[in-house]
Structure formats: C-alpha cells, structure tokens
Design a protein around this ligand. Structure first.
Ligand SMILES: Cc1cc2nc3c(=O)[nH]c(=O)nc-3n(C[C@H](O)[C@H](O)[C@H](O)COP(=O)(O)O)c2cc1C
Length: 310
C-alpha cells in the first residue's frame, strides 16, 4: 500500500458522507390491498407499519428499493414508482431452470481461451451486462461500474500496458520479497519467481508471433470497478461480473477472467487513467469475451470443497 493510498483513505474516512437521496419507495394502492400484512413482515428495512389493519410506508427515506414488498404482494397492491412495464412480471417456480440444468451450466462452463475472429454486437454485450445488474449487492446499492472495451486499438494498448505493468510490479516486489523470505518463508518470492519468466515469455510471443497469451485475441474485454476499501462493494462487483459471465455462456459467448487486467489498473496510474477509473475506485474483476472457437465436449473433475461443518 502506498503512502498516497493511506492519505486518500484517511481523507475519505474523515469526510462527512454526501446527503442521502430520497429513495423511490413503493406506493400502496389501497383499493387493491387486503391488509394481509405480508409486505410488512417481509420488509428488511422495517419501513412498513400496519396502521388500522393496512400497511403504511412509515420511513420511505430508509427504503433500499429491494422490491421484496412488490414481489410478495398477492394482489399486486404495491407499486414501484420507477418500474417499467416488464420489471414486475409474475412468474412461477416451474419457470426456473431446473437444478439439473443449472448444475450442468456450472459444470460445463469453461474459461475460454480461443475466440472466433468475430466481434460481439452491442445488443449481445448489453444482454450480458443486463444479467450483471440483477446480482445482489450490499444494501441494494450497486456500486458496480462496468468498462467494456471493444476497440482493437484500445485492446492492443491494454495488452502492452498490462504486460509491462505486471512485469514492472512483479520485478519490484521480487526485490522486496528476497530479503523478506529469509524470515517469512519463500512462498511470496516463489510466486514472483514463477510469474516473471511467464510474463516475459508472453511479451516475447506477442512481439514475435502475435500469440496473445494475455487476452487470447478476444474481441472484447469487460471490467468492473467500485469504491476502494470496501470489501462488500468488492464482493458485489465480483458477483455481478460472474452473473454476467454465466449469461454470456448461454449466448455461446465464452469468457475468461483475467487476474492481470484486474490488478494492474489498481497499481499502475497510467492504466487506471487510460481506463478512466477514478482514484477512489478499485478494479474488482475483469474478463475477456468472444464467440467460442473451441468445442468442449464433457464436464471435468473438481476437488471437493474445503468446508468446516459446525
Ligand atoms: C479471479 C480469476 C482470475 C483469473 N485469471 C486468469 C488469467 O489471467 N488468465 C487465464 O487464462 N485464466 C484466468 N482465470 C481462469 C482460471 O484459470 C480458470 O477458472 C481455472 O483454470 C479453471 O478452469 P475453468 O474456468 O475452465 O473451469 C482466472 C480465474 C479467476 C476466478
């Protein structure tokens, strides 16, 4: 962690938060309401009170706009003021993908490292992004900002800058890890010793043969970023990107998460600036995407989970 980062953090932590905007809390349509009280019991923010046998929005300011009241109401008496026509669609459990088909998606999805030389259209990318916005986020406050890169020039720039940035960072850290390994063990040093020749090889392959081991010649990259120093925001970003990646699979669009593209903007000011990621943000996930140019035919083995039952 750099001194600048620590100062930023102190500055941020000591600033008073911006005034809270008024949420778009739900409206109760009295003539449809039977007073069953299910909405009041379901409300996680405890903003609904029962008054004279009818629900009443007592503290709209604290509404988190989760929509549970709209979702549980048996008579459709609760309306979300911002909902579009298709937002509040009734559904049945039977409409869900079965556990078998979901399990197959989880088992059959693969990190795709061979892409067709075919661009992804805007509507396809929008469908993938749309899956991300339905992911759960802490307090239903999705501090998830997407970057979608499809310009070949921009991808080329990023490829060079991320490889160079990763090598510079790992070489610096390798120097620090050498003396530290004498009393902390060699695990960290081993990691840098492992990755540096790999990254050098990738740079070489790209420069000499156009063999792209970083993005695999993908026609698109997708990244997510949100507020720094907030692990809950970090988890929300990761879940959103993963949800988007699963939707991609159902559209025959392959993805591969990319640890280098994720971490380098957080360390290299040049890359962060080019991507216009604000200083107070951190990149929490990145992936390459494109139409699959590899046919996977069977599911694969995985290790059993590390789990403690208590
Ligand atoms: C956070 C994260 C970062 C990853 N970074 C890379 C990467 O930089 N390059 C790559 O080829 N694969 C990357 N992967 C993909 C993993 O290597 C892959 O998930 C793993 O080998 C299992 O294969 P599967 O995804 O096909 O099941 C990453 C995966 C995750 C979750």
């Amino acid at each position: 962690m750099k001194l600048n980062d620590v100062l930023d953090w102190i500055l941020e932590a000591t600033q008073s938060p911006p005034p809270k905007p008024m949420p778009a809390f739900p409206k109760i349509v009295e003539k449809k309401c039977t007073g069953c009280g299910i909405c009041q019991k379901e409300c996680a923010a405890l903003i609904i009170e029962m008054r004279d046998g009818m629900p009443f929005i007592a503290r709209g300011i604290d509404c988190v706009e989760c929509g549970h009241c709209v979702s549980v109401c048996p008579t459709g008496a609760i309306q979300d003021p911002l909902a579009m026509r298709t937002d509040n669609r009734p559904y049945k459990f039977e409409d869900f993908p079965s556990s078998k088909s979901l399990q197959l998606l989880f088992r059959a999805r693969r990190s795709v490292r061979k892409y067709k030389d075919k661009p992804l259209s805007r509507p396809v990318l929008e469908k993938i992004l749309d899956a991300g916005r339905y992911a759960p986020t802490g307090g239903n406050r999705p501090d998830v900002h997407y970057i979608v890169v499809t310009s070949p020039e921009e991808i080329e720039w990023l490829r060079g800058a991320v490889l160079e940035g990763a090598l510079t960072m790992f070489r610096k850290l390798q120097k620090l890890a050498k003396p530290a390994s004498l009393f902390m063990g060699s695990e960290t040093l081993d990691t840098f010793n492992y990755y540096i020749p790999i990254l050098e090889d990738w740079q070489d392959r790209w420069n000499k043969m156009g063999d792209d081991r970083l993005f695999y010649n993908a026609p698109a990259l997708m990244m997510v970023h949100g507020k720094k120093w907030d692990e809950i925001v970090g988890f929300g970003n990761a879940v959103s990107l993963y949800q988007a990646s699963l939707m991609a699979q159902t559209l025959k669009v392959g993805c591969c998460f990319n640890g280098f593209l994720q971490i380098i903007p957080n360390f290299d000011a040049k890359v962060r600036k080019r991507l216009e990621i604000p200083k107070q943000h951190k990149c929490y996930g990145a992936m390459s995407l494109g139409y699959e140019n590899q046919k996977f035919r069977r599911t694969v083995r995985r290790r059993p989970p590390n789990v403690v039952w208590r």
